[in-house]
Write a protein that binds this ligand. Structure first.
Ligand code: AMP
Length: 229
């Protein structure tokens, strides 16, 4: 091999290494958690809730977030302060954001604080895959893919304040979606464990649901309440 082709080979190797490094540095996560929330379980707690300015959200699961996560259970956060939330980038999504990603924090507000928190903390960590508009529109689309409330209701599990077995809830969601969910509980004002959030997993390019590589820690009781809203 002459000197020129040796140099050429070296350059190709360096370029390949460089692009691999750039890829690793810009995508510091392995998958996403897509987290949906039962509003009744946010509101009936000691902390309580406030309905958004436009009025009481629908009696349905809402989005909490789309969170980049690593296979070892850790997750990156607040990855790019130079790219803060800018609501003008999602003005075409506002109606759907208000109905499917409702804010419940107090005092009553328009949701921009909640959505901004989700973008700044989680969204900036997947900006190599999804820009702001892509991040929110992807989450909104994922929400429409699996109707969790319908899946539960079809299995006789209603938001009526009754108690259901955790396994029946998981089975109903697995049956309808094809994927094993992780259920997060919280406590109502009297300290009863209740269905709070549902975690499903999405592949690292945000193209569809996958089985979760790892579940968060913590657990619900074997039977949990499903409050009304
Ligand atoms: P995160 O930091 O993404 O894990 O989200 C947790 C934060 O989101 C906490 O400050 C919660 O109080 C807040 N949060 C969760 N659900 C809602 C909601 N529906 N509306 C407003 N804030 C919320």
């Amino acid at each position: 091999m002459n000197m020129q082709s040796k140099n050429g080979l070296l350059l190709i190797k360096l370029l390949t290494l460089n692009s691999l490094l750039v890829l690793c540095a810009s995508q510091d996560f392995d998958f996403f958690y897509f987290v949906q929330q039962w509003p009744g379980s946010y509101c009936d707690t000691k902390q309580g809730c406030c309905y958004p300015k436009i009025g009481k959200p629908a009696s349905d699961f809402g989005i909490h977030g789309l969170w980049p996560n690593r296979n070892d259970g850790s997750y990156p956060s607040n990855c790019d302060s130079s790219n803060p939330f800018d609501s003008s980038k999602i003005s075409d999504l506002m109606r759907q954001m208000q109905s499917d990603w409702p804010t419940l924090s107090c005092p009553s507000n328009d949701g921009l604080t909640f959505w901004g928190h989700e973008w700044d903390k989680h969204g900036t960590c997947s900006e190599s895959i999804l820009d702001q508009h892509g991040y929110f529109s992807t989450a909104l689309n994922l929400e429409t893919e699996i109707d969790i409330l319908k899946a539960l209701q079809n299995a006789g599990i209603q938001p009526n304040g009754q108690t259901y077995s955790l396994s029946s809830i998981k089975d109903a969601i697995k049956g309808a979606s094809g994927y094993n969910p992780w259920i997060q509980c919280n406590k109502d004002e009297s300290g009863n464990s209740q269905l709070y959030q549902i975690y499903l997993c999405v592949d690292s390019s945000a193209s569809g649901f996958i089985e979760c590589p790892v579940f968060p820690h913590g657990s619900c009781g074997s039977s949990i309440e499903f409050p009304s809203f």
